[in-house]
Design a protein around this ligand. Sequence first.
Ligand code: SF4
Length: 348
Amino acid sequence: MNPDALLEKIAAIREAWGDRLLMLGHHYQDSSVVSCCDAVGDSLELSRLAARSNAERIVFCGVRFMAETADILVRDETGRANGRSVWQPAPDAGCPMADMADGKGLEAAWQTLQAALPEVPLTPIVYVNSNAEVKAVCGKHGGSACTSGNGHHVVKHFLDLGHRILFAPDQHLCTNIMRELGYPADAVAVWHRDLPNGGLTDEQMRSARLIAWDGCCPIHASYTTGDVMAARAAHPEAELLIHPEAPSPVAALADQTGSTKNIIDAIHRADLDRAFIVGTEEHLVSRLKQLPGRKIYSLRPIQCVDMGLTTLEQILHVLETWDETCRVTVPDELVLDARACVERMLAL
Ligand code: SF4
């Protein structure tokens, strides 16, 4: 079936469902996919929209952890689904970074680090780009989620209380946050998940203000200082905007680091004749390039394979069949702790 015919069929089903159906698309989805969504945004924005809506069925065009977060937030206060459900058209679309951390490993790291310095509270902070079981461990130990947009605020909040932090799964995001908050490099120690005691000495476990899980986003972590030099040389007039999942030596060269939303907002706010080099996922950058008046260049075009898995065919398949293999249900025993982790962030 050609794309126009697929879009027509999807639109007809959406119309028949009316307000009972909400279709959400992440910024990194293909343009054909976002064209049939009710809202486009970052993962947390979309999950909050899902929670605020009264829709019975939410179709989340994104990756697994995003649909899970939506499911956690649409449950009622007791954790029950109450007839609401979340569906992911591409059930195999995961997030390699989220999959670098698991609940059991995070729990073991928290226990080891807390035992090394029991007199100082150790608070877990998990990036929203994490699986539900990781959020549940974080919530159980009084920790909070964070996004790339509010990470500075959440990290600073707990550091100001005198806590140490165990941050998972993105080592680069938290290292960039600590650098931008003015902490020296040795305030961060990296927990290597495959090594005994994370590969840390007792002294490192006790002296670090923040212990960073060794995960990363393979997309943003692939940027190099060489990419920056080449892009700056090619477009000397342009301002460089980079996502904070990039390695710290690269992010430090940017004019601004910012979440997906911050990058979009900065470009929309800028005068029409401004030029930008953008270091984030290419599905989004290619749409930014179509904005009238601005000159937008890719730092280096790179697409997230998982984000590209959702197709119009799969969306139509979900809407026509409500195939249970596309339904995302966080196990009941994880929901309340995972929800506490996300709600603590929203309250900060
Ligand atoms: S862009 Fe990175 S963080 Fe986002 S889904 Fe892909 S791998 Fe995960």
